[in-house]
Design a protein around this ligand. Structure first.
Ligand code: ACO
Length: 436
């Protein structure tokens, strides 16, 4: 963090003395005004619900330029990573700061694949859930429960513990998501196969059965790997900030990541891919492309609370670069599966075209986000809709853990403790029950 040459001055109209605040520069992106001493100097807090203007930390992992529609992991554009690297290389990059060379890649892949199995007791834990439980309900429980199985990697202050828990989480998430799926459909769990790629092994655990051989389709494997890369990190979004805040108390990494899973579940965040596909189904049921106009009218009606799911983003005020890559993958997967005429894909493209020309969306800079197309790809692969957000959680785990580890290693790290503007009752006395 570099001190900028200029300083900010905060003055008050009531004659209170003004204060000078330091300004810091990052390597790229907006400068920040350092308000850490503001309360000590003025007795005032700042007010920023939703963190619209607040940098909650310094980070060197992911950079987004929302106006340009640019996403960089450790400086590398997402388009280059999605076309030239696989997910485990991306994990190495996010965790350790650099893309691996051939030797590092081999070592890292071996390390991750050596941790893909989960403790056998895990299946008994799963049995406590109803068969129709939502996969995200199961995942919130299972990920938190990992801390009960791996006591040797729960000390967040120990760098070795942090590293091994990072590897365990990346390695075991696919196994847990596949187990959650197999449990809900009543099929036997498939053990991981370490001769397969990360994405290939996940497809195997999801769709193989003990009765016959399952052949991983290279096109679907690549598509899934790309979904993982595109969702791997996204700087200080709601679930990542949740993981940081939760981890800032010193809790163990599995508990912190479980908090991230819970946050991701919401429809305004990771749940949007499920919501986007359900929205497409609904429009399709009501008449398809012809009903788009009517649907858009409802979206624009302030009293309807209907949103165009998969559209809009807090940071991107231009096309989400991940949505472009996802649309490309969508084309590839549907062609491979002979589903080029898939009515939902056609509907999504038409909906996008109309929305991108509509004044409501144009003036608010609302563009498709990654979730607009990821649901169609996942559905084509055969992943059931309620599992979409769990796949997102699987992919985002590396980002969460990289951000958590970065925070713990930051000398400026403190427990996160926001303050408030209190608007409730001032001090008053409790009255006896008969007098209330
Ligand atoms: N459909 C219709 N109108 C929208 C949408 C949408 N999807 N998104 C934003 N708007 C409108 C708002 O109503 C608001 O209009 P107004 O100025 O007339 O009041 C304006 O655009 C600004 O929107 P905000 O809600 O203030 O934007 P915010 O940054 O708080 O929200 C969010 C971002 C939550 C992503 C929002 O766009 C949304 O709910 N989108 C749909 C859900 C979704 O796709 N989420 C996925 C996010 S990406 C991810 O997590 C991977």
């Amino acid at each position: 963090m570099k001190l900028a040459e200029n300083k900010a001055t905060l003055s008050f109209s009531n004659g209170s003395p003004s204060v000078e605040l330091p300004v810091y520069q990052g390597s790229v992106g907006p400068d920040v005004v350092d308000i850490r001493k503001l309360y000590a100097q003025t007795g005032m807090f700042t007010y920023d619900p939703g963190f619209l203007s607040t940098a909650a930390c310094q980070s060197a992992i992911t950079y987004i330029d929302g106006d340009k529609g640019e996403l960089l992991y450790r400086g590398y554009p997402i388009e280059q990573l999605a076309t030239n690297c696989d997910f485990l290389e991306t994990c190495h990059l996010l965790l350790y700061g650099e893309l691996p060379n051939t030797e590092d890649k081999g070592k890292f892949t071996k390390l991750v694949t050596n941790h893909t199995m989960v403790n056998e007791q895990m299946q008994f834990f799963l049995r406590g859930f109803r068969r129709d439980a939502h996969p995200m309900a199961i995942m919130t429980g299972l990920v938190g429960a990992l801390s009960a199985f791996y006591h040797d990697s729960t000390d967040i202050n120990n760098p070795e513990h942090r590293n091994i828990s990072a590897i365990r989480l990346i390695a075991k998430m696919p196994t847990l998501v596949a187990m959650a799926y197999k449990y809900t459909i009543g099929q036997p769990y498939m053990y991981p196969r370490n001769d397969l790629s990360y994405a290939g092994n996940f497809l195997h655990m999801m769709f193989a059965t003990p009765c016959e051989e399952y052949k991983v389709s290279p096109v679907l494997e690549r598509a899934l790997d790309r979904i993982f890369i595109l969702h791997a990190d996204h700087e200080q979004n709601a679930s990542t900030s949740t993981v940081r805040l939760c981890g800032s108390s010193g809790t163990n990494p599995f508990a912190a990541i479980a908090a991230g899973v819970a946050c991701l579940w919401g429809p305004a965040h990771g749940g949007a891919n499920e919501a986007a596909l359900n929205m497409l189904y609904d429009i399709q049921k009501e008449g398809g492309v012809e009903k788009i106009g009517e649907f858009i009218k409802k979206v624009k009606d302030k009293n309807s609370s209907v949103k165009l799911m998969g559209f809009g983003h807090r940071v991107y005020k231009n096309y989400d670069p991940r949505a472009k890559l996802m649309q490309e993958t969508c084309n590839e997967v549907l062609t491979e599966l002979g589903l080029e005429k898939d009515p939902l894909f056609k509907l999504a493209k038409e909906l996008e075209k109309i929305a991108l020309e509509d004044e409501y969306f144009v003036s608010r800079k609302l563009y498709p986000n990654v979730d607009f197309y990821s649901g169609i790809v996942q559905r084509a692969i055969g992943i059931p809709v309620p599992l979409f957000t769990a796949i997102f959680a699987l992919a985002r785990t590396v980002g969460w853990i990289a951000q958590l580890n970065e925070m713990i290693g930051d000398p400026e790290y403190k427990i996160g403790r926001p303050r408030q503007l209190f608007t409730g009752s001032v001090k008053r006395d409790v009255q006896p029950l008969a007098k209330r």
